[in-house]
Design a protein around this ligand. Structure first.
Ligand code: BES
Ligand code: ZN
Length: 483
């Protein structure tokens, strides 16, 4: 026994310092109180570079990162990975930038489109998607199955784009510097203001701190990705033509410190891309609390955007077939990819599955499987909120209010004919399109005269949307009832 203890003693002496030296370190940002605590406990394992408004840029060893996870904070790593010292320091300043951002005014006017979209949401699609994602076994960012999941989503989105026959929809992989796993992005180019972006997204990778080969990640974050995919499916199936550019994103490597979204958001900022709003979907299918959708209110979240989400739910979800309730929740630090966008000064929001602490307790373990939730009822509410946000935010700012063409263009329905006339304006009509209540395009007419009529003779009675595309003045949508 004595001998054993002696051996153990020597083993410790030999191992401890070598391990400390060999441990790889990396830059990160984290809560400055956590950083201070860590410094007290493990002075050799963390260097605090600078502190600003409650956040610190630090150099951390892997050991310190583990310690933080296991002993200091309630959940997750508690830090955000940064590729270099400069990036870590700069992101503290970016946090400051986000306090002084411009405010975008969104309105709620698209009842017909939104209600049609909400009716199209199907829980079975969300379920199938979550099960498929869980089926990869692990989507931990270093595993080939994680990259495979991204490639497969790229194929799925490309098939959807192809089937739509539209040339304004494209899909691309985004390759990263700090992980081998790519992200994937579906873009629908805005018809009127393609430089203004409305973005939704969620992370594709998963994690299980005790065994990275067994990280099913059904709720974290199969559910969020499945929700984003269902939003994209509905938008494309109803042939929604956005005035602004819409993007749907599935990120790499969130679980190791928001790596994928951080690189994407930084590039968007560098390229001066006007992202008007970003809404994040990370964990949507576990109903752990009394209310349904919990809107995150952390300090870096946009209050304006949050208020818009509350307004949307008051308007579309307070009664009827798509009714659900909401509350508020916090993480207290950058707990998911919305933080990457907020850091670049963009308005970001994060609707979450439960009050913080009442969320799915099985995440980051081999038990984060679909069977825990059993159905996709909860996630469907997030898909609906996402669709409300996308349709209202990406519509034309000018179409419903002060539309130049509106005063010079007349349309009426008479004797099952659509009669139109363009007056006093030097423009011509490129194309006419007719959509039914499900958003399906049922008629296209090219090269119209300045005035004329289109026969609606054999169409079923019901609600329709007529869209005129003008050479100079964008598009004009008019709703009508045929009876
Ligand atoms: N989905 C979680 C975020 C989460 C978990 C929010 C529980 C609210 C409650 C996310 O994937 C995650 O694990 N994030 C890390 C931080 C990130 C910077 C690695 C976390 O929250 O610990
Ligand atoms: Zn997550």
């Amino acid at each position: 026994m004595k001998n054993f203890l002696l051996h153990l003693f020597f083993l410790l002496i030999i191992l401890t310092p070598t391990q400390a030296q060999e441990r790889s370190s990396f830059y990160a940002t984290m809560d400055s109180n956590d950083a201070e605590k860590l410094k007290m406990e493990l002075p050799q394992e963390i260097e605090i570079i600078t502190t600003y408004k409650g956040q610190s840029a630090v150099l951390l060893t892997e050991y310190a990162a583990n310690e933080l996870q296991e002993n200091l904070i309630l959940h997750g790593p508690g830090y955000v990975f940064k590729g270099s010292k400069e990036q870590a320091v700069k992101s503290l300043e970016n946090d400051f930038l986000s306090q002084t951002r411009e405010i975008t005014n969104f309105t709620i006017t698209e009842d017909v489109m939104v209600n049609a979209a909400l009716d199209l949401v199907q829980e079975i699609n969300i379920e199938n998607e979550i099960l498929e994602l869980e089926g990869y076994g692990t989507r931990y960012h270093t595993k080939t199955s994680a990259s495979q999941a991204v490639m497969d989503l790229k194929d799925q989105w490309e098939a959807m784009a192809l089937a739509s026959g539209r040339s304004d929809i494209s899909v691309r992989l985004y390759y990263h510097t700090n992980t081998n796993m790519p992200s994937v992005i579906l873009t629908i180019e805005g018809a009127e203001s393609p430089d203004d972006f409305i973005i939704v997204g969620g992370h594709m990778d998963s994690s299980n701190y005790s065994n990275q080969n067994d990280a099913p990640g059904a709720d974290d974050n199969g559910s969020g990705v499945a929700s984003v995919i269902e939003m994209s499916r509905v938008i494309i199936d109803m042939n929604f033509i956005p005035q602004k550019t819409i993007e749907f994103m599935a990120y790499a490597a969130e679980e190791i410190g928001l790596v994928g979204s951080d690189e994407i958001a930084a590039e968007y900022k560098n390229n001066n891309i006007n992202v008007e709003a970003y809404v994040n979907f990370d964990m949507t299918n576990y109903k752990g609390s009394t209310e349904d959708v919990y809107i995150n209110t952390d300090y870096y979240i946009s209050t304006t955007l949050n208020n818009f989400l509350f307004d949307l739910m008051d308007h579309y979800n307070s009664s009827g077939a798509h009714q659900f309730t909401y509350g508020t929740s916090i993480c207290n630090y950058g707990c998911s990819d919305h933080y990457s966008w907020a850091q670049q000064g963009y308005d970001a929001a994060f609707p979450f599955e439960a009050a913080f602490g009442e969320h799915n307790p099985y995440i980051h373990s081999s038990q984060d499987t679909y069977s825990i939730t059993g159905n996709s009822e909860h996630a469907a509410k997030f898909v609906k909120l996402g669709l409300e946000f996308i349709i209202e935010a990406a519509k034309s700012q000018t179409l419903s209010t002060n539309d130049i063409i509106g005063n010079n263009f007349k349309m009426l329905i008479k004797d099952r004919k659509l009669i139109y006339q363009l007056n006093n304006l030097n423009d011509s009509i490129n194309q006419f399109e007719l959509f039914d209540i499900t958003g399906k395009r049922i008629l296209v007419v090219d090269d119209l005269q300045r005035s004329g009529e289109i026969s609606l003779g054999n169409l079923a009675n019901g609600f329709y949307v007529a869209v005129f595309d003008f050479d100079e003045n964008g598009t004009l949508a008019k709703k009508f009832i045929l009876n």
